[in-house]
Design a protein around this ligand. Sequence first.
Ligand SMILES: NC(=O)c1ccc[n+]([C@@H]2O[C@H](COP(=O)([O-])OP(=O)(O)OC[C@H]3O[C@@H](n4cnc5c(N)ncnc54)[C@H](OP(=O)(O)O)[C@@H]3O)[C@@H](O)[C@H]2O)c1
Length: 198
Amino acid sequence: MTSGHVFIATSLDGFVARLDHQLDWLTKQDTGGEEHGYEAFMASVDGLVMGRGSYTTVLAFEGWPYEKPVVVMSKSLTQADVPARLAGRVRIVASEPAELMDELDRQGWRRVYVDGGRVVQSFLGAGLIEDLTLTLVPILIGTGQRLFGELDADIDLELLEATPFESGLVRTRYRVRAPTPGPAGPRTRGLQRPARGR
Ligand SMILES: NC(=O)c1ccc[n+]([C@@H]2O[C@H](COP(=O)([O-])OP(=O)(O)OC[C@H]3O[C@@H](n4cnc5c(N)ncnc54)[C@H](OP(=O)(O)O)[C@@H]3O)[C@@H](O)[C@H]2O)c1
């Protein structure tokens, strides 16, 4: 079965981009050529799935940064919006996350890099993410595009790794635990009265 994996940098207050999608707060970090594991992660996936927001940002970069195939989730773009230079490398789909993962599974993809903000949220909500590598950037930007949002139920995580770098960036890796809904339903779990010892 195809699994989803996240590798993303966030400000300490949980944003992946400014409201206008700028990444200046990230690119201005003086990381002195540190290797944060991106190359190894990228080598481990069959391709990328990203939202229109991320695709639009990357399109404005000087060159196309991906060797691997990219699937863009969008209900407002069509394949005709993909520039000729990216023909055969970028595919636009309007499917739902689970449907897309099934399709990629049939195509032989085993590990998918799920990228973006809202797209990561929908894949998490649909239980399609196996692990998240979050690189925390030592900056507060106050507002912007959030990595995480509202959920129908808690998502329990297991910390697998936390690596601080000289620059102040901290890479963390979490495994998504299987959901364990309580008898009163997932959302009310934390509101139950704790058992008292006698
Ligand atoms: N800090 C980092 O490391 C990092 C990494 C990646 C991206 N980013 C930035 O983070 C920002 C993310 O912005 P975002 O949250 O707007 O972007 P996003 O998740 O990349 O894209 C969201 C868009 O994808 C489309 N979409 C289609 N199916 C969807 C679904 N099931 N769930 C959610 N969205 C779906 C929608 O566009 P339609 O209306 O077209 O359907 C939606 O507005 C971007 O600016 C990106 O550049 C930062």
